[in-house]
Design a protein around this ligand. Structure first.
Ligand SMILES: Nc1nc2c(ncn2[C@@H]2O[C@H](COP(=O)(O)OP(=O)(O)OP(=O)(O)O)[C@@H](O)[C@H]2O)c(=O)[nH]1
Ligand SMILES: [Mg+2]
Length: 316
């Protein structure tokens, strides 16, 4: 059987679980039509040849009670949990925390030690620095860390909003990175930036056809942080404008930092591959993108393609 991963999206009703999944699926257009989820909805995604089944667990009280009564059936063979909390509704933080506690106990009973991702959600860009939001973020972080204290789970916290698609892509890229052996793709990119260092490259990010980050390599961690922030702009543009790419399937983006420092970004659709993967490269002003990309095309594309095919086999 092909390797399959089960990801559970769980949290109170109205937390935003279904909305997150719809945005990750690639569109704002579907958001208006979302209704409260009745029971559980399952969706199968193909990521790098792996089957990822997202379980969206409706959060209304009767469903929560039902899952807790039948937790074995619901949580069995879970590979990762995304727990979503509505950060705009402080009247329900304790209720969300108690539910989280129930889930941790159920996982302990089943002896499941999967990674857990906490989405502190609905932290929209316009309210992220509001005093009340900062209070809420501290409150919930402390509350949930108290609940997780007596357990032994690897918990990673993300601040997310459907109005910041990058925050969701970052959260989900982390999640798939915890499941799949992706480090091999980053190793290939490491090799690539070493070989193109003299051409002014600072780093590279490989995005899959869903725009999830599947590999990164940078010489400097500050550059990496900077590149991640810029991805946001690119992802929004790719989603919104079909004509972003020129006839060579490249998109350009330069950022001048004022002190003579220019960061250049080039996003390339890797047309040689069966599905549209994307390579984002970051460089200095002397960056020779044509030469860098031609080296990528001749020496790395087929290696990456073969590795992606092999990834699935390696875990079977
Ligand atoms: N402001 C804001 N609203 C959001 C965000 N995410 C979701 N919402 C809204 O929150 C409401 C509930 O979203 P859903 O995705 O249906 O929530 P759910 O967790 O799936 O709810 P159940 O299916 O009942 O468990 C909808 O009106 C969404 O538009 C967000 O990041 N910011
Ligand atoms: Mg829902």
């Amino acid at each position: 059987m092909r390797q399959m991963y089960k990801i559970i999206f769980i949290g109170l009703d109205f937390a935003g679980k279904t909305s997150i999944l719809r945005i990750l699926e690639g569109g704002y257009s579907k958001i208006d039509k979302i209704k409260p989820t009745v029971g559980t909805e399952r969706a199968e995604w193909n990521i790098l040849g792996f089957k990822v089944i997202n379980w969206d667990l409706g959060g209304q009280k009767q469903f929560r009670e039902d899952y807790l009564a039948n937790y074995k059936q619901m949580l069995d063979e879970t590979n990762l949990i995304v727990f979503v909390i509505d950060m705009q509704d402080d009247s329900r933080f304790n209720e969300a925390g108690a539910y989280f506690d129930d889930i941790l106990h159920a996982l302990d009973h089943l002896k499941i030690k999967c990674p857990i991702v906490l989405c502190l959600h609905k932290v929209d860009p316009d309210i992220i620095y509001n005093a009340s939001m900062i209070t809420n973020l501290n409150w919930v972080t402390n509350l949930f860390s108290d609940y997780s204290h007596d357990h032994d789970f690897e918990i990673k916290v993300f601040i997310t909003s459907i109005f910041d698609r990058k925050s969701l892509i970052e959260m989900f890229s982390y999640s798939i990175g915890r499941l799949m052996p992706l480090s091999i793709l980053s190793q290939i990119l490491e090799d690539f930036i070493q070989q193109t260092k003299s051409l002014g490259i600072l780093g590279a990010i490989l995005l899959d056809p869903n725009l999830f980050v599947v590999g990164t390599a940078f010489f400097d961690s500050n550059d990496k942080t900077f590149a991640y922030k810029t991805i946001n702009a690119f992802l929004t543009l790719i989603g919104d404008f079909q004509n972003l790419f020129d006839e060579n399937q490249k998109a350009y983006f330069d950022i001048s930092l004022g002190n003579d420092k220019i960061y250049k970004f080039r996003l390339n659709k890797i047309t040689e591959m069966n599905l549209p993967y994307y390579l984002l490269v970051m460089g200095t002003s002397s960056f020779d993108i044509d030469e860098i990309y031609s080296l990528f095309r001749t020496k790395f594309v087929s290696v990456i393609e073969k590795r992606i095919i092999k990834l699935v086999e390696s875990v079977e």
